[in-house]
Design a protein around this ligand. Sequence first.
Ligand code: SF4
Length: 736
Amino acid sequence: MLEYVTALQDGTDFTAIPNLWVKKDGKIFKNGIRPNLEDLDSLPFSDKELVRPFPHLWKDGIGYFMTARGCPLDCNFCFNHAQREIESGPNVRRRSAENVIRELKECKEKYGFRYIAFQDDIFLLQPRWLKYFLPLYRDEIRLPFHCHSIANLIRQEEHFQWLSEAGCIRIFFAIETGNEVTRRQLLNKTVKDEDLFRAAAMCEKYGIEIVSAIIIGIPGETVESALETVQKTIDTRVHCMICSFFMPYPGTELGDRARQMGLFEGNFDDEHPREACGIVGVFGHPEAAKLTYLGLYALQHRGQESAGIVSSDGRQLYTHRGPGLVADVFTESALKRLAGHMAIGHVRYSTAGSSTQENIQPLVANYKGGGLAVAHNGTITNAPIIRAELEDRGAIFQGSTDTEVLVHLIAQAGTNDFDEALFMALLRLRGAYSLLLLKADRMMAVKDPRGFRPLCLGRLGSSYVVASESCAFDIMNAEYLRELAPGEMICFGAQGPISSRPFPPAEQAFCVFEYIYFSRPDSFAATRSIYEYRARLGEQLAEEHPADADVVIAVPDSSVPAAIGYAQRSGIPYAMGLIRSHYVGRTFIEPDQAIRDFGARIKYNAVRSVLEGQRVVVVDDSIVRGTTSRKIVNMLRAAGAREIHMRISAPPWKNPCYFGIDTPKRERLIAAQASDVEMIRQAIGCDSLGFISLEGLLRVMPKTIQYCTACFTGEYPAGQAPVGTFDKQSMERIAK
Ligand code: SF4
C-alpha cells in the first residue's frame, strides 16, 4: 500500500506493484504475490486520521490496533488456511512489544482513547511475548482492553491473571458451534467443550467478560444443532454472543464442501465450462422408455443435476422425473410405468433457471391441443423478454427455465395445427435449441437455424432414435445415420419421419467446444469422430508449443486424446500421470479430517512413479478460472515433477457462453483478466504455458462446418447474444 501511495504521489507507474489487481483499459491485471513482510516493526503506524471523519468508526473513545498478522490454525471455513497456500514467507508475524507500546502511547495522547481493542486473529498466541508485553501495557498504557482468542490456547491460570492485571476486561472466544463433534471434525477447529468451560471459569474468577462468536448456517446444521449452540453459549455464561451467518469462501475446505453438497448455485473454481444438457428420443419401439433410459445413461456427462423421461402409447403421456443421476432417478418399476412406443428423455445441468423440481425436464404441460412434453439442450437467449411479455398477458409460469416460454408460445399460437404452432413459436426464439417434443401421437426433433448444439439421428431396426451424441446409439445398439442439419425439423408420426427446413437460412455456428471438450470422444459430432479431431488438436498444439520434456500426461478424461496427439507428434512418451475418480456422487461422505484441496484431490490423484524427477508436459482442454490448474500444478510438484509445461488444446477462454454452456462471468475468466499468457502462467505456477491458437484450432477442425468461437473471440453470432445482463440467474430473477 505504501508503495502504491508513494507511486501515486510521485506520479510514477503503479501497475506492476505485486499484490495489486490493476484495472487498465477496461481489463483487470492480477499482479503476482509478494512474500509476506517479516519485520512488522518496519511499517509506519496506522494513520488514524483517515478514519476520523467517519463517526461510526470513531466512537466511544475506542482505539483499534493489531499486534500481529496471520493465524497458524486450520479452521476450514476461514480464509487463513486458503491464504497460506498462496503466500510465501512466515504466516504468523508479530510486532515487538516496544513497537506496539510506542504506537499506543502516541495514539492515547493524540486522540484520547479510553479503551483499546486488539483485533489480531488470535491475540493470545506466544505466551512469552504476552508475558513481556502485558506488564509493559499495564504500566505504560493503563487502559481497559479486549482481545480475541480460542479457548484451548489459553490454558494456564497465570495467563488469565496477567491479562486481568494488565486491564483485559473482555475476551472474544470463537466457539463457532455448540456441537463439539461438528466443531472439531467438520470445522477442523480443535477446541473441546471442556476448554470452553475451563476458560469460562477462569474468566469469571479474574473478572473478565466473555463474548462468544458463533456461526449459524454451517453445512449440515439443523434447527436443533443451532439451538444447541445457543444453549452452549448460555451454559458458558457469556456476557454477549456475536452471531455470524456462514458464508462459503472460495479456496476454503468448507466452501468447497458446501458447493459439493449443492448448497449454493454456481461454483468457485470450475475448472471446465459445464455442458448444459443431453436429450434422447425413441420412436416406434415397444421398449421406448427403456432405450431412452440407456441413452440418457450414456449422456450422463452432459448433465448430472436431474433426469426425466416422458413416454406415449399413442393416447396419453406418462412421466417420471427426479433430481440426481439417471441410475438413481429410475427404477425398474418406474420404467415399466412409462408405457408406449415413443419416449423422450433429458439429463440436465442448468444454464438458465435453478435446480428445482419444476425445472426438471422434459417439461410437461396440458393445453387445449392436449398433452405436450419438451426436452431442450441449449439456451434461449431472449427468454427473459418473452416471459415478461407473456406474463403481461396473464400467462402463469410453473418454473424458471428458459424452455417454458416455448410451451406458452405454442399454447398461445392461435392455431390448432400443432406443427404450425410449433413453427410460429420457434420463430420467436433466439439462441441455441436442440429440442425433442412429444405429443400423444408424434415426436418432433428440432435444431435451431444456427445449429449450435449437436443432435443426431439413428436407426434401430424399424425404429428411429435421436440423441445429443452418437454414444447414446451405441449403448442401444442403434445405427448412426447423420447429424440433423441446422434449422431442420423432423416429425416422427403415422406417416413415418418427415424432415423439413422451415426457417430462413442462417450461417451455421456449431459449438467448437463440442469437439474440444463437451462431447464424449467415442461420439460423432456433425458426422466426425470426436476422438480423431481431439487427437489432431494435440498434434497441432505440439507444433505450436513444443516442450523439452520427458513425459506427456493428460488431465483426464476429456484431454486424453489431445495428450496422445501431442505425444505422437512430439515423440515424447505418453503416460498416465493423473488418475481421475469417476465414482464420486453428490452423496459422497467426506472424511472427518479436513484435507487440503479436497475438491481437487477427490477428483484427481498424481502418479508419483510417473512424475518423480521428470519434466512433464500436462495437456488440458481449457482454463476457465485457473484455480484448478494451479491445484493440479501443486499436485504434480508434490508428486516430484521437476518441470511442468502446461499445454491447452483450446485458445484462451475470454468470454461467457450464452448458448447452452454454463460459464462464469467475464470478470472470473482468468484469460479475460490477464494481460498476457505469462500472467496466467504466473498465476498457475507452471514453468511454461501454451494455448493452441484460434487459427490452429480452425485449421484442424472439419472444414465443412462453420463454428461458433465466441468464447474465444467475443464475436457472437449475429442477433443471437442476449440483450442486457444475462446469466444463469436471469430467469430466476424474472420468476421472482
Ligand atoms: S460461445 Fe464457445 S462454448 Fe458457447 S457455443 Fe460458442 S463455441 Fe461453444
